[in-house]
Write a protein that binds this ligand. Structure first.
Ligand code: LLP
Length: 412
């Protein structure tokens, strides 16, 4: 028997001390790791046309946004509150791209009022946008080029026939008619494919489709490849070599720019790639029990804090921080929510005792941002380790937080 996960990023700092200071369950993020991810991402794109827009839905935090800004990224947003937070964090409106999905046109109007870059993904809103703003406000269009993407979980399948996302490539003629009738200023073509993409081919093969489409528009300034790059989380699935992808895409992009007759920007909107492996959820083993078949480790957290294993069947590495040399044993690692709430089945860990500190890895993306207070349990605190110091960036919920918006009526 072998425990797969041997390390995690904050090995060099005293995580037990941090957890004692802030309590568990606790999300801890590492600024240096985020910075390294950004640098690795940039490495392949030597021509300097790359613009990274951090998909802040993955880790929605003012402090993390400020950090991203200090590292030179822009912001990818999907709602008005995300935009407002981005502005609060100091992003200039034109560093923020707004790609809402399936929203009432009034949200797009609010986005325009806030001055951000508008990315439209359906004909209905494009028509309304054209009618109201004509050429006065530029926009980009999110397309579904109908190229199948590869991913591990059908729930995040975004491309191809089932996809609700983007303007179908079959509707391109309609887009062109609207563009011509209202003299629209379409500055960008957006082709985010899906999440958890394991192979460069999805981008390499998708790119020419995007380029072909862009050729049909006169004022294009950028092509946006979206996000979706899978991380190595220890699940044994292959991952993209982003430096190699960058090099290949860079060449194709330069060829396209030459053909288009103008130097364009190449945008990516990574969320998970930047923050996924930069975060850990620390929890305490509070109960050990057996049902005669399985040994259970009960943690003081649950799927309300980290829903991905239950929702997507996603793999997260788990480590017993307190007993790194303990005998290896298989456990079902479970949470405290009153329904099936499993982080991992038959996971081999160093022997776990009550009060041991347990690290759930790859918890930087889509964990806190998808957390809830189900079972009336408080959402954890969040800490960012920056310049060797652990700083609280979000307080743990309190009872007052849970009841704040409830209205007690008179029942008589
Ligand atoms: N751009 C657009 C338009 C997107 O829809 C997304 C993610 C991203 C960028 C960032 O994708 P990333 O690089 O983070 O994969 N909750 C799921 C993931 C849903 C992603 C939705 N869109 C999960 O926990 O795996």
């Amino acid at each position: 028997m072998e425990q797969k996960e041997k390390n995690f990023f904050i090995q060099e700092i005293d995580v037990e001390h941090i957890c004692r200071e802030f309590g568990t369950p606790l999300f801890v993020y590492d600024a240096d790791h985020i910075f390294n991810q950004i640098q690795t991402f940039q490495k392949g794109f030597e021509k300097g046309d790359l613009k990274i827009k951090f998909a802040c839905k993955s880790l929605t935090s003012l402090s993390v946004m400020k950090l991203m800004k200090s590292y030179g990224t822009g912001l990818d947003t999907v709602s008005i509150p995300e935009i407002k937070m981005g502005l609060m964090a100091g992003f200039a409106p034109d560093q923020i791209v707004f790609t809402p999905n399936c929203v009432d046109f009034s949200e797009i109007e609010q986005g325009v009022d806030l001055g951000v870059r508008i990315n439209i993904e359906n004909i209905s809103n494009l028509e309304k946008f054209a009618l109201k703003y004509g050429r006065s406000v530029p926009c980009s269009i999110r397309l579904n080029p109908h190229v199948a993407a590869q991913q591990h979980a059908s729930k995040v399948e975004e491309w191809h026939k089932q996809s609700k996302f983007g303007i179908s490539a079959f509707e391109l003629e309609t887009v062109k008619q609207i563009e011509a009738s209202y003299n629209l200023d379409i500055q960008g073509i957006h082709i985010h494919s899906s999440s958890v993409i394991m192979s460069s081919e999805v981008f390499i093969n998708g790119a020419p489709v995007g380029f072909d489409i862009a050729m049909g528009f006169k004022n294009v300034e950028f092509i946006d490849f979206g996000g979706g790059i899978k991380l190595d989380v220890g699940d044994g699935n292959k991952v993209i070599d982003v430096v190699d992808l960058g090099k290949k895409l860079d060449v194709k992009f330069q060829e396209f720019c030459t053909a288009y007759g103008r130097k364009l920007e190449l945008w990516f909107e990574p969320g998970r790639y930047l923050v996924g492996n930069s975060g850990v959820l620390f929890a305490e083993c509070v109960v050990r029990k057996t049902n005669g078949y399985k040994e259970f480790i009960g943690l003081n957290t649950g799927f309300n804090h980290l829903i991905r294993p239950m929702f997507y069947n996603a793999y997260h590495g788990i480590i017993n921080v307190s007993n790194p040399d303990g005998d290896l044993k298989p456990y079902n690692v479970v949470g405290n929510i009153c329904e099936i709430d499993t982080f991992a089945k038959d996971r081999v860990l160093n022997e776990v005792r009550e009060k041991d500190l347990i690290a759930i890895l790859s918890a930087g993306a889509y964990c806190y941002s998808m957390a809830s207070t189900y079972n009336s349990r408080y959402r954890p605190a969040e800490v960012l380790v920056i310049n060797g110091k652990a700083k609280l960036i979000r307080k743990r919920d309190t009872f007052e937080d849970l009841i704040r918006n409830q209205v007690e009526i008179d029942i008589s």
